[in-house]
Design a binder for this molecule. Structure first.
Ligand code: FA5
Length: 341
């Protein structure tokens, strides 16, 4: 077969194969079959050119180049055509019907159970004359630990291990909202000591082994009072009033002596609750009378002033209120859980 007949046969065959192509993958296969430098049909045909000579060789060479160019264009067009089809299919598949009724209009959102509990507690606290304050989640080691009688290497740091900022050892995610104690007292004592009643709820963080009652990120509701005559009666009274407001009934509690470096004496308060597996005593909060050194840090003379403080685990209170058996439900994003509140 002479060169001319051969290359024209290859062209015909190639155009026929191209016609049958229906996907980018099969296009690649055909391209490989004809254009592969090593053993493509076209390259093989081109090699026959060397048997020709003189003027004929030049004319045939020109013709071969034209055919090659024509086939390349045909491939490019086919490729565009396939891409367009592909995009149209995606458009069809992922179309958004902007005229469709808004789904959210039929499924209004509602307030998260933790926020509901928080707002209820805030209401009761305001009713007792407490101002509600907000504080930083990322804070200095001073406010989270030092100012609360917890120097570096104090064992109390182990139970409140938290998340530190790389290259900034003096900053951490607060492990309790007690980081507000000295900050708040300083604010109130700045222009001469005055009595304080403040609540300061918020999110806290701990390097914690997670289980049904422990999260690494949870909420606390803390409050403090500073005045000239504060005693444990006030402490228990305020706590019981808050619990009564949240639960809508008198709550049975038990106070156990405990140790927090920033109070003296210190206690833990347990509540009898049913998380769905029968009643049991569960630790709900830490509390106590303010340590003289903390009062002093806050700008109050401990010989004249006294204070109380208590920090409750908001997640656990809300669990107790609704009989929620696992703390991990709160941040699960599971609608079956959330829709119950
Ligand atoms: C504190 O955080 C103290 N700042 C509380 C305090 C305030 C004491 C003022 C004295 C005066 P504690 O680590 O025990 O204490 O935590 C307080 C409450 O937060 C616990 O009683 C519990 O209800 C809740 N809690 C603690 N760790 C977790 C956790 N990992 N997940 C969920 N709730 C927790």
């Amino acid at each position: 077969m002479d060169f001319k007949t051969h290359i024209q046969a290859v062209k015909k065959e190639c155009l026929l194969a191209l016609k049958k192509v229906d996907s980018v993958d099969s296009l690649k296969e055909v391209e490989q079959r004809f254009f592969s430098r090593k053993n493509g049909e076209l390259s093989k045909a081109m090699k026959l050119l060397k048997d020709e000579s003189g003027q004929a060789k030049q004319t045939l060479g020109q013709m071969a180049n034209d055919i090659k160019k024509e086939l390349e264009d045909a491939f490019a067009n086919k490729h565009d055509e396939l891409r367009r089809e592909q995009m149209a299919a995606i458009g069809e598949r992922e179309a958004i019907d902007v005229t469709q009724t808004l789904v959210t209009a039929q499924m209004p959102g509602h307030i998260h159970p933790l926020t509901q509990g928080l707002w209820e507690l805030e209401d009761v606290a305001r009713g007792m004359g407490f101002i509600v304050e907000d504080g930083p989640e990322l804070d200095s080691d001073f406010y989270v630990f030092e100012s609360l009688n917890i120097p570096a290497h104090h064992p109390a740091r182990d139970s409140q291990d938290t998340f530190y900022i790389k290259d900034h050892p003096n900053w951490c995610m607060r492990s309790h909202v007690s980081n507000m104690q000295v900050r708040l007292m300083r604010k109130y004592s700045e222009k001469g000591s005055k009595p304080v009643r403040a609540a300061y709820p918020g999110r806290v963080f701990r390097n914690e082994a997670i289980d049904a009652t422990h999260e690494h990120t949870f909420y606390q509701f803390e409050a403090l009072m500073v005045d000239r005559e504060i005693h444990i009666g006030h402490l228990v009274g305020v706590i019981k009033e808050l619990l009564k407001g949240l639960f809508g009934r008198e709550i049975e509690v038990r106070l156990r002596p405990s140790y927090f470096p920033f109070v003296e004496p210190g206690f833990e308060l347990d509540m009898k609750v049913d998380f769905g597996k029968g009643e049991q005593w569960v630790e709900m909060l830490g509390c106590g009378l303010m340590h003289p050194r903390v009062l002093e840090e806050g700008g109050y003379d401990p010989h004249e002033w006294q204070g109380l403080a208590f920090g409750m685990g908001l997640n656990r209170l809300v669990m107790a209120k609704y009989g929620i058996e696992d703390i991990r439900h709160f941040h699960s994003g599971d609608m079956r859980f959330l829709e119950q509140f």
